[in-house]
Design a protein around this ligand. Structure first.
Ligand SMILES: *Cc1c(COP(=O)(O)O)cnc(C)c1O
Ligand SMILES: [Zn+2]
Length: 411
């Protein structure tokens, strides 16, 4: 297994773990697709939809040849992740305003968010190298996912969670899986910095998205979405951006599919940030060459509360390659979009609804045409942030346009 620096091209063997290049650039895995027969693989992927209790039944490991061909099946730590629904509720389509919309419900993953796609790959690689202790800095879902997989393999998880800004549901889920939860005063970005300096010495395998195996696993989100749609992707893929790992993985996955001839053209990518944590959108809008970190990010969509996204360079490249765009939306827009998604029966957490709010904004500004089609990646489950649900429906002010108040009766 080999990785390459995305900045200077230096190559590293991944027979020991490494998260960044000597030059400071992020690494990405090098896949060798020579000898891959795409048509035969397509038939194989279709056949594996009939598997039930093997590692290849997973919506990540179904695509093992394109993700981690060298990892032995016995090394995989898997819980049948992926295999999530793709829905097209008319109420959400008309709210967004485009011709056809699909919602990829990644909250249906085993720990309730898309992070499972990447974490099964990272923890499997860590176990393969002989690690038993894993760590991450997290806005919540990364820690739930890491804790779940570490528990499954009988290992140990150490998670670093900023105090006050993370959904309590996610922290409790992480505790329940048996992880050691370290809370600290600061932000996600401080946790990343701490692990960058300390993980090696502490013997910890880091499951954050600077880990290139996370990105390889997360590629399966777009593989599965494409397979769901018979390898016909829509005009746009719209997703929320925090650390920007998901858009980096999306870009790498799209490149794979295009190079292998699974899809005839690249869809365009739209990254949606919350206004209070939108350093990437501000950079793209200004056409700047460098990202200026946001020192005090603040949004109710806690999974997006990141001021210094580690993967911004990779993300910028993806937007360049796909003629992509960015947009920022307010917390009010996010929570109203969430209410529409929830009431459609699909449901998601606030950060996920940013995708739908962003799509609506892009359509209303004519950047996405009403005749175009889109997939929104709904990244996390409705029950991941029950405080947000209560605050909106029971305590919301006039800006909570779709609040569903309780009905008090005397029986
Ligand atoms: C992690 C996360 C995001 C942001 O994804 P990035 O890869 O950090 O950009 C969005 N929504 C949810 C629910 C998440 O858990
Ligand atoms: Zn480098």
């Amino acid at each position: 297994m080999k990785a390459r620096c995305t900045e200077c091209g230096t190559r590293y063997s991944m027979d020991s773990i490494r998260y960044e290049c000597r030059c400071g650039g992020l690494l990405e895995l090098v896949q060798d697709f020579r000898g891959v027969d795409a048509e035969q693989l397509k038939r194989e992927f279709a056949k594996r939809l009939g598997e039930r209790h093997t590692p290849l039944a997973s919506g990540v490991w179904r695509y093992k040849e394109l993700i981690a061909p060298e990892l032995p099946l016995e090394a995989l730590v898997t819980k049948g992740e992926g295999n999530t629904g793709l829905y097209s509720p008319p109420a959400v389509t008309s709210y967004a305003g485009c011709r056809r919309l699909w919602l990829k419900a990644l909250g249906e993953n085993p720990s309730g968010s898309f992070k499972d796609h990447g974490m099964t790959a990272a923890v499997s690689h860590g176990r393969f190298l002989g690690f038993r202790r894993f760590a991450c800095s997290s806005t919540g879902n990364t820690s739930s996912s890491l804790a779940m997989y570490a528990a499954l393999m009988g290992g140990e998880a150490h998670v670093y969670v900023p105090e006050g800004t993370v959904s309590e549901n996610k922290v409790l889920q992480t505790l329940a899986y048996g992880a050691v939860v370290h809370r600290f005063a600061g932000t996600y970005d401080d946790g990343i910095r701490f692990l960058r300096e300390q993980a090696g010495e502490l013997g910890l395998y880091v499951g954050n998205s600077v880990n290139p195996f996370r990105i390889e696993g997360q590629k399966s989100i777009i593989y599965e979405t494409a397979q769901d749609l018979s390898w016909q992707l829509p005009d746009w893929i719209v997703l929320p951006g925090g650390a920007l790992s998901n858009v980096s993985a999306l870009g790498k996955g799209l490149r794979d599919l295009y190079e292998l001839g699974f899809i005839p053209r690249l869809p365009r990518v739209a990254v949606v940030q919350a206004e209070g944590a939108s350093p990437f959108h501000r950079m793209m809008e200004a056409g700047a060459a460098e990202l200026v970190p946001e020192p005090a990010p603040s949004t109710r969509a806690s999974a997006l509360n990141i001021g210094h996204p580690p993967s911004w360079r990779k993300a910028a490249l993806v937007l360049q390659e796909t003629k992509g765009v960015t947009v920022a939306v307010t917390d009010e827009d996010i929570l109203n979009a969430k209410a529409v998604v929830d009431a459609s029966g699909v449901g998601c957490e606030p950060a996920s609804a940013a995708a739908v709010a962003g799509l609506r904004r892009l359509v209303s500004h004519g950047i996405i045409d009403r005749e175009e089609t889109a997939v929104c990646l709904l990244t996390g489950h409705l029950l991941k942030d029950t405080d947000a649900v209560g605050a909106y429906h029971l305590g919301g002010g006039p800006e909570a346009l779709y609040a569903n108040k309780m009905n008090r009766v005397r029986l």
